[in-house]
Design a protein around this ligand. Structure first.
Ligand SMILES: NC(=O)c1ccc[n+]([C@@H]2O[C@H](COP(=O)([O-])OP(=O)(O)OC[C@H]3O[C@@H](n4cnc5c(N)ncnc54)[C@H](O)[C@@H]3O)[C@@H](O)[C@H]2O)c1
Ligand SMILES: O=P(O)(O)OC[C@@H](O)[C@@H](O)[C@H](O)[C@H](O)CO
Length: 385
């Protein structure tokens, strides 16, 4: 099995690439970080340090690496059996034209073998969105061929993988938690399902995507935003603060009630899922900064993401939402000099005021009462310097 994984970052090396390598795939990473590509291509192996329960060191061997937007990448796509991505939701449109060129080359070489593309990003149906970008970059007469031979398989991916410690001996090594889950939509594959241990096919993907994004990521983001406001640097320190823990747990419960209504999850099992997530946030072996988890606040505050979608769900089912509103207000206070979206949000707040910013960023034009509640909580919040 020939595999290309776009994005040799934390989740790429620490989870998806590892599973592909374990499945004996001939694995090539494609990335735009040239020093990273050079080191991976030269060294061809790295280490995954699994920390927490059942800690162990796992070796990934015989991998190669290429620059993402390159003739090499196009040539390899023409021959690949499976392509995965973990580049970030905003980068999918940027890799689409390379994928399109690779598919055109594949067609021209007469390679009609089925191929599957799986976006492993924190977003709802990322592969389906990638498919639209790819089709837009291809001549219309090839769309039918793509429909017939290329599966764009949506997925939900869960494993907390922070960047490695700066003092790490080998920058390719990666530190990951024990827990991992990669669920894929079995209905979208072309050809036989690939045999990859750790990849779990389901016919009910939406339930799993929403369960993960609107529980773990909702709670994670709120931990980061309340944590920064309270002066904490890491997710562990933030979640060990009893007031933050209570607010985060309640926000996950509020979002969870929506999921229970929508997908008929068992309430006790969902409560256990939330408790497990809280213990994952406090993993003493992971150094996960609030700035990584809070990154790109405009994306996280957008209408289909982890904060606003659950909030709208509470309105749909007439459920409480006080803690989700606290999380959203805290997100508006998020600041980071390293993060262009945090700076853009601060500028919007300074220039347009908080009400207009909430309406624009969260897409809450039709909900003035919610906007007013968010603004009130925002105004009452104080940053601890
Ligand atoms: N880290 C986690 O805990 C985690 C867990 C689940 C899902 N995710 C999701 O995985 C995705 C990646 O997250 P991450 O934490 O690994 O980020 P990361 O920044 O560590 O890795 C992203 C990689 O993509 C590369 N990249 C950027 N533009 C590219 C392009 N045009 N072509 C190829 N590569 C490109 C970057 O150079 C980087 O190496 C995100 O969507 C994230 O939400 C992350
Ligand atoms: O990657 P983001 O920016 O969408 O979200 C930050 C974290 O919540 C996220 O990366 C988690 O660590 C991950 O989703 C765990 O599976």
């Amino acid at each position: 099995m020939k595999a290309i994984h776009f994005g040799a970052g934390n989740i790429g090396r620490g989870f998806i690439g590892k599973l592909l390598a374990d499945a004996q795939a001939e694995l090539t990473f494609a990335d735009v970080n040239q020093p990273l590509v050079d080191q991976l291509a030269h060294q061809q192996h790295y280490q995954v340090n699994v920390v927490g329960e059942n800690a162990r060191v796992e070796q990934v061997n015989r991998v190669s690496a290429i620059y993402s937007n390159s003739p090499d990448a196009v040539a390899q796509i023409a021959q690949a059996d499976i392509i995965t991505t973990a580049v970030g939701p905003q980068v999918l449109s940027k890799i689409a034209s390379t994928l399109a060129q690779g598919l055109i080359a594949r067609f021209e070489r007469g390679n009609h073998q089925p191929m599957n593309i799986i976006a492993c990003e924190n977003m709802v149906r990322g592969s389906s969105q990638l498919k639209q970008h790819v089709l837009q970059s291809m001549p219309a007469e090839l769309h039918g061929w793509v429909e017939e031979h290329v599966g764009f398989v949506d997925s939900a991916v869960d494993r907390i993988v922070p960047p490695g410690a700066a003092a790490n001996d080998d920058p390719l090594d990666v530190t990951v938690e024990t827990f991992s889950e990669w669920i894929v939509d079995r209905t979208q594959f072309k050809g036989a399902l690939p045999d990859i241990a750790g990849m779990e096919p389901t016919s009910n993907l939406m339930a799993y995507i929403e369960r993960k994004l609107f529980t773990l990521n909702t709670g994670h983001a709120i931990t980061a935003y309340l944590g920064q406001l309270a002066g904490y640097r890491t997710i562990r320190d933030a979640i060990l603060d009893p007031a933050i823990r209570e607010a985060v747990k309640n926000a996950m419960r509020e979002s969870g009630e929506v999921l229970i209504q929508r997908y008929a999850f068992d309430p006790q099992q969902h409560a256990a899922y939330i408790d497990k997530i809280l213990t994952r946030f406090e993993n003493p072996y992971l150094h996960d900064e609030v700035e990584r988890v809070g990154r790109q606040p405009l994306r996280k505050l957008s209408e289909n993401d982890r904060l606003i979608k659950p909030l709208r769900g509470t309105l749909e089912y007439g459920l409480p939402n006080r803690h989700l509103i606290i999380g959203i207000a805290a997100a508006l206070h998020y600041r980071s000099n390293q993060d262009p979206q945090a700076q853009e949000m601060a500028n919007l707040l300074a220039e347009n005021g908080v009400t207009s910013t909430v309406i624009e960023v969260c897409g809450l034009q039709d909900r003035p009462e919610l906007v007013a509640q968010i603004v009130n909580v925002y105004n009452a919040m104080q940053r601890k310097e």
